[in-house]
Design a protein around this ligand. Structure first.
Ligand code: HEM
Length: 201
């Protein structure tokens, strides 16, 4: 499989980034939710947030790589027969996911660095504080972070359900493409490709 995307297939870089980030994002949500319930006397009172911030910042790095990669590698076309509104809705959801992730990660950074202290990433390196001048920065960024993290989970659920609908109801290759197969693997895709070949004769 090629590293780059083609018109009918994702390359391995896009696939690896997708499946590396998806569980990490969902895991961060539950870690964030759980760590907020910890008290000073819990063993994970410090480790929970430290883990959340470290994974979150590494994910931010991956998100930037993914956005650059996407700019240079447009995604494969929607499956043949997909109504236009569905293709547009999918584009809107994907754009929304990227935007939500960027704002959630930025607000997380602003909460964590509001007191001027850097964030230590797994003890490997420090990310310095930069902005501390927003009034009530920690509270406001905290509210934004929480609200958007819940919104993100709603959009992630819609995204996952749409992929399952394509797979089990429409029976097209939308989900299989993210598992390394090509559009031509579905019945609709084969018909479309045959039609394309006929029209070129
Ligand atoms: C996809 C990425 C992320 C998700 C889904 C996420 C999710 C969450 C959730 C659900 C909470 C609990 C909110 C609450 O109930 O108040 C939380 C808290 C928190 N997150 Fe994140 N987070 C992400 C990234 C980050 C990053 C990158 C950082 C910092 C660099 C960060 C720092 C924090 C901090 C400091 C809290 C505690 C807030 C407080 O105590 O008020 N998060 N996060």
């Amino acid at each position: 499989m090629s590293a780059r995307n083609s018109k009918s297939q994702y390359g391995w870089v896009a696939i690896a980034l997708h499946w590396l980030m998806a569980p990490a994002i969902i895991g961060l949500f539950f870690l964030g939710w759980w760590m907020r319930s910890l008290t000073y006397y819990d063993a994970w009172y410090r480790e929970g947030p430290a883990l959340h911030k470290s994974i979150g910042l590494l994910l931010l790095g991956l998100l930037l790589v993914r956005l650059l990669w996407k700019l240079a590698n447009p995604s494969p076309a929607a499956e043949p027969g997909t109504p236009r509104w569905q293709a547009q809705a999918a584009r809107l959801v994907h754009g929304g996911l990227y935007l939500l992730l960027l704002v959630i990660m930025t607000s997380g950074y602003l909460i964590s660095t509001a007191d001027g202290r850097p964030i230590e990433v797994f003890g490997w390196f420090n990310v310095p504080a930069s902005i501390q001048s927003i009034p009530h920065q920690e509270d406001i960024a905290g509210q934004v972070h929480k609200l958007l993290a819940w919104s993100l989970m709603a959009v992630v659920a819609a995204h996952g359900l749409a992929a399952l609908k394509h797979h089990f109801i429409d029976r097209d290759a939308t989900l299989r493409k993210m598992l390394g197969r090509s559009s031509g693997d579905s019945a609709a895709g084969r018909a479309q490709m045959a039609q394309g070949a006929d029209s070129r004769k």
